[in-house]
Design a protein around this ligand. Structure first.
Ligand code: FAD
Length: 276
């Protein structure tokens, strides 16, 4: 195993350009969990980003919250303004693993790990987050809702690092995050939902019910048009167009479909006129 230790962001980008097969490492909470069993991974070159301290803080601009490549869940939890303006980020962060993982795991790592059951990604996607990708000398911005191409496939080239995640500030009058798991901590989602209503309309984002975390356009349209929803089952036709849940060791497709309808219905009931 060989590890590169850049001391700054620009140095990290330069090192990656010279070693494009190197694996970026932020908190290491996803990468190292398989370490004992994936022996082939031991022979790779890793790019340890932790020395680029300027990449840890989150910052606020007039129009966005900007998360750095090393911003952790805990950095967001402890920012009082994040709790006021982006409550779904805090709600999601509080449900990632337990406090040790929240203190080490990063939002960028959550995005690039590309788990369909991720908790950070749905909250970011419901806020129209944009992924900033940089390589030596070039920058590209990709909206998170089009970042994934399929299971563990994404619009990131081997010489690119996520150098920021921009979360646009906007007035949103409905904000809902729900994670259904076996217990409150240290559980992988059986179904995850992040929902917002903002100036551009509804965002309904689902996790653990498709090969990637994804927006649900049929549900968004149903809500945008104010169609009356009188019971959870009224949501099922749209759910069936939007997601493709499977049976796996954590749950069944039938359970996921039924629970998604119920969580969404009960989460919106009382907040939205059309859902009664
Ligand atoms: C016990 C345990 C519980 C967990 N519970 C949850 C949970 O409840 N919910 C959840 O969503 N996740 C959970 N996770 C998964 C993990 O903690 C998160 O996905 C975390 O956000 C990963 O961040 P990291 O910084 O540790 O990523 P790393 O492990 O460092 O990296 C993850 C991936 O991202 C890539 N990467 C990292 N940073 C960059 C960058 N800047 N640019 C390009 N590529 C990059 C790496 O190469 C790797 O492919 C858990 C993990 C463990 C071990």
């Amino acid at each position: 195993m060989s590890v590169l230790f850049p001391a700054s962001g620009p140095e990290a980008l330069a090192m990656l350009a010279d070693a494009p097969g190197a694996v970026p490492m932020a908190g290491g909470t996803d990468l190292l969990v398989h370490w004992p069993v994936r022996v082939a991974e031991h022979d790779r070159t890793y790019l340890d980003l932790s020395g680029a301290r300027e990449w840890q803080p989150l910052r606020w601009s007039d129009d966005a919250l900007v998360l750095g490549p090393l911003t952790t869940y805990w950095d967001v939890i402890r920012d009082p303004r994040a709790g006021r303006e982006f409550p779904l980020l805090v709600a999601a962060a509080r449900q990632v693993g337990a406090v040790q993982i929240q203190a080490r795991g990063t939002w960028a790592g959550n995005i690039v790990n590309a788990s369909p059951a991720a908790d950070g990604v749905p909250a970011l996607m419901a806020y129209d987050a944009v992924v900033v990708l940089e390589s030596r000398g070039a920058t590209e911005e990709v909206p998170l809702d089009v970042f994934y191409l399929g299971y563990k496939q994404m619009r990131r080239l081997p010489d690119q690092l996520v150098t920021a995640i921009r979360v646009p500030r906007a007035a949103r009058d409905v904000q809902l995050f729900e994670k259904v798991g076996s217990r409150r901590a240290q559980a992988i989602a059986k179904v995850g939902l992040a929902v917002t209503r903002g100036p551009a309309g509804w965002r309904v984002v689902a996790a653990s019910v498709a090969p990637t975390v994804r927006r649900c356009p049929a549900l968004e349209q149903l809500l945008d048009t104010g169609t009356r929803v009188a019971a959870p089952d009224d949501l099922l036709p749209a759910i069936d167009r939007d997601v493709t849940p499977i049976d796996d060791l954590r749950s069944t497709a039938a359970y996921r479909r039924a629970v998604m309808a119920r969580v969404l219905y009960h989460g919106l009931r009382g907040q939205v006129d059309a859902v009664r």
